[in-house]
Write a protein that binds this ligand. Structure first.
Ligand SMILES: Nc1ncnc2c1ncn2[C@@H]1O[C@H](COP(=O)(O)OP(=O)(O)OP(=O)(O)O)[C@@H](O)[C@H]1O
Ligand SMILES: [Mg+2]
Length: 255
């Protein structure tokens, strides 16, 4: 199953959730791949992926679609092991920015889907981290994926953004990817003792949004985990935050 974590709003937890869900999936024994499509490369650095072989990032994978090669390298050559057993990564790259307009003008929007098709038998779960923008790369991811997970930080701007996001996803489904579904809205940094998050989540549920029933609280452990460059399942497997992330993973459709 290919999942993309997407929200045009920044700082809602896309990278934190992508890395932690992928790490949980891998520690449960599923062959798992994370793809970092954000030029900020937060997922890549969170997993402490540094010494990569030359020309083997996500930018190189895209670049070979616009340069002539006698032998195109298979996608598997861009997948690298991480510190987590069973978890591989296609690492992010700042060079995605300079490639974007050419990829777009040469209509390479289906290339990620084609690349991932060849990995379906290798990985049971693929998680894609995206930038906070509906750019060429997040569009490519929404075209390649079967499921979209939308993290929100439970404020009113996040709710307003959801309506246009829902419309955009419906349009992509109709025009490019009939398999695409919004699998769940993930309430992140949820504060149990404040009224507003509860109210926002209840309204979203009443409007029919598929809010996942497990909410993720706010905890400094998340930042500690970033700083240690270790996913929570390795750093603090018993912590409440880790347990709710496991709870989210358990809610995902395992097909
Ligand atoms: N549950 C949480 N508890 C505490 N802090 C959190 C939690 N989730 C995310 N954060 C913090 O919020 C900030 C943004 O998180 P993150 O980078 O994962 O969001 P993002 O959506 O990927 O951001 P961007 O849009 O810039 O890619 C980080 O500093 C992170 O540590
Ligand atoms: Mg991010």
């Amino acid at each position: 199953m290919i999942r993309v974590l997407f929200n045009k709003k920044g700082g809602v937890g896309k990278s934190s959730l992508t890395v932690n869900l992928a790490a949980i999936s891998a520690t449960q024994g599923y062959r798992t791949l994370l793809i970092d499509l954000d030029t900020q490369c937060n997922s890549t650095s969170y997993l402490n992926v540094t010494d990569l072989p030359k020309e083997s990032s996500i930018a190189d994978l895209f670049e070979q679609t616009i340069t002539f090669h006698l032998h195109r390298r298979p996608t598997s050559e861009f997948c690298h092991p991480t510190q987590v057993e069973n978890l591989d990564i296609i690492a992010g790259s700042e060079r995605l920015t300079e490639l974007e307009s050419e990829l777009d003008s040469r209509h390479k929007i289906y290339k990620l889907r084609e690349a991932l098709d060849s990995l379906k038998s290798t990985y049971q779960h693929i998680f894609i981290d995206t930038a906070p923008a509906l750019n060429f790369y997040s569009m490519s991811a929404l075209i390649a994926a079967q499921r979209c997970l939308i993290p929100i930080d439970c404020d009113d701007f996040a709710r307003q953004g959801l309506y246009s996001l829902q419309q955009k996803i419906a349009e992509i489904k109709e025009d490019h990817n009939e398999n695409l579904e919004i699998e769940g809205i993930i309430a992140n940094q949820y504060m149990t003792n404040a009224n507003l998050p509860k109210q926002i989540i209840n309204e979203l549920i009443a409007e029919g949004f598929p809010v996942l029933s497990e909410y993720i609280g706010q905890s400094v452990k998340m930042r500690e985990s970033h700083q240690a460059k270790k996913p929570l399942i390795l750093l603090a497997p018993k912590h409440k935050l880790t347990q709710s992330l496991i709870g989210i993973f358990e809610l995902l459709d395992k097909n």
